[in-house]
Design a protein around this ligand. Structure first.
Ligand SMILES: C[S@@+](CC[C@H](N)C(=O)[O-])C[C@H]1O[C@@H](n2cnc3c(N)ncnc32)[C@H](O)[C@@H]1O
Length: 391
């Protein structure tokens, strides 16, 4: 089995040989986002693709345009609730191939024409290869001047003082995470070393005070051997998002849980997974740079960080309930029940699959108590996300 992309393996090994073992979060950052050789940063070798049925994993927009249609409907309601501003900006972060943007724009152009006249769409993706794919998939929309803008980093060039919607689908699960384990010494962190031509993990003290503080907040009665992950990057990201938004909403879709569920003591192995060719494994030291790595999202920390930054939690629900609130029954009633399109749309709603593993967090700023159709059905109690400070 391959250790991975040779130049990437050499680059990580060289960093380790210069300064010693690195925290797992740094290893994951390099494996996925090394500027030249990282998994997301390189154009995939032909005819492979990263995301899609022929790729390593697929996302909702590969299944059916229905998520883009529902998001367009939700965005149009947000635009009305904000008093129909002259400019309403949708910022999508981590758009991957740009298919959701394509579905949202098509729906707005055909069903919500007045809204579409006031719409600007900003795509933020740190991967040049992904930005290139997005441009290709959105080519029909490039003619309308000022509709689309690309930015490679939220901290660098993204518009400030926005009125509109900031959204992401499967972004936060792709942020590098710290991994920890309970040992006889207490809680230790997984660091990565390079020995005899391969990467190995070693347990060492926690790498930062921020991690210590976060663990104080989330740790429960964990048994020895318990492993889990902490996504500190997600909180930094939420802070930045809040600072860019003046009036409007943040909508985050991803697989994940409340902190109470994510960090319960019987979830002994955490949620870290690697994806390659539509199959799952748990070994990050195989195919380094040639497979994706993900973890489930801690939505409580996202909500708590937002609240510290004047982003109120509008609501938290799952994908199935989000779709139901936005009238999915009508959307799928238009499809032939024996058609592949109908089966694909149903796949996104499965109560034992994507319908419930995927969650939707919506936050707002500069608007009082908005009532959103996507949050009409909330299977979780309001207190489910209640948290102490985010740390
Ligand atoms: C799993 S893909 C998302 C797929 C896409 N949203 C969809 O629905 O198909 C993750 C994407 O996020 C991008 N990404 C990850 N971290 C980022 C960051 N900090 N800033 C901008 N883009 C990021 C990656 O380059 C990649 O395109």
């Amino acid at each position: 089995m391959s250790t991975g992309h040779p130049e990437l393996v050499a680059a990580i090994a060289s960093e380790i040989s210069a300064s010693g073992p690195i925290p797992f979060a740094r290893f994951m950052e390099l494996a996925l986002y090394h500027p030249q050789f990282g998994y997301y940063m390189r154009a995939p070798e032909q005819p492979q693709e990263r995301i899609g049925w022929q790729g390593d994993f697929y996302t909702s927009s590969d299944v059916h345009p229905i998520l883009g249609q529902a998001l367009a409907k939700q965005a149009e309601q947000m635009y009305r609730l904000l008093g129909q501003p002259h400019l309403f900006t949708i910022v999508e972060m981590g758009p991957g191939k740009g298919l959701l943007a394509k579905h949202i724009l098509a729906t707005c152009a055909h069903r919500y024409r007045s809204f579409f006249q006031h719409l600007r769409y900003v795509l933020i993706d740190r991967s040049p290869a992904m930005r290139e794919l997005q441009r290709r998939n959105l080519a029909p929309w490039l003619d309308r001047t000022d509709l689309l803008t690309w930015v490679d980093d939220l901290a660098n060039g993204a518009p400030q003082g926005l009125t509109g919607l900031f959204f992401s689908n499967e972004l936060v699960d792709s942020f590098p995470v710290h991994r920890i384990q309970v040992t006889a010494k207490g809680i230790e962190e997984l660091w990565v070393d390079y020995q005899d031509g391969g990467f190995v993990e070693c347990l060492m003290p926690l790498s930062s005070d921020t991690l210590v503080h976060r663990l104080r907040r989330v740790s429960a009665d964990w048994p020895e051997g318990y492993r889990t992950e902490v996504n500190l990057r997600a909180s930094e990201w939420m802070k930045q998002v809040a600072q860019h938004l003046d009036r409007g909403f943040v909508l985050t879709i991803d697989y994940g849980h409340t902190a109470q569920d994510l960090y319960r003591s019987d979830r002994k192995h955490g949620t870290f997974l690697c994806y390659s060719r539509q199959s799952i494994n748990e070994d990050p030291f195989l195919r380094v740079g040639d497979q994706d790595m993900t973890t489930h999202v801690d939505f409580s920390s996202l909500a708590a960080t937002g609240e510290e930054q004047q982003l109120q939690t509008t609501g938290f629900t799952n994908q199935l309930s989000f779709f139901m609130g936005l009238g999915v029954e009508q959307m799928i009633a238009e499809l032939d029940q024996d058609s592949p399109q109908f089966k694909a749309a149903i796949h996104l709603l499965r109560p034992n699959g994507m319908g419930t593993t995927f969650k939707v967090l919506i936050q707002h700023k500069g608007i009082q108590h908005p009532e959103l159709d996507g949050l009409r059905y909330k299977p979780f109690f309001r207190s489910a996300l209640a948290t102490q400070s985010a740390a």
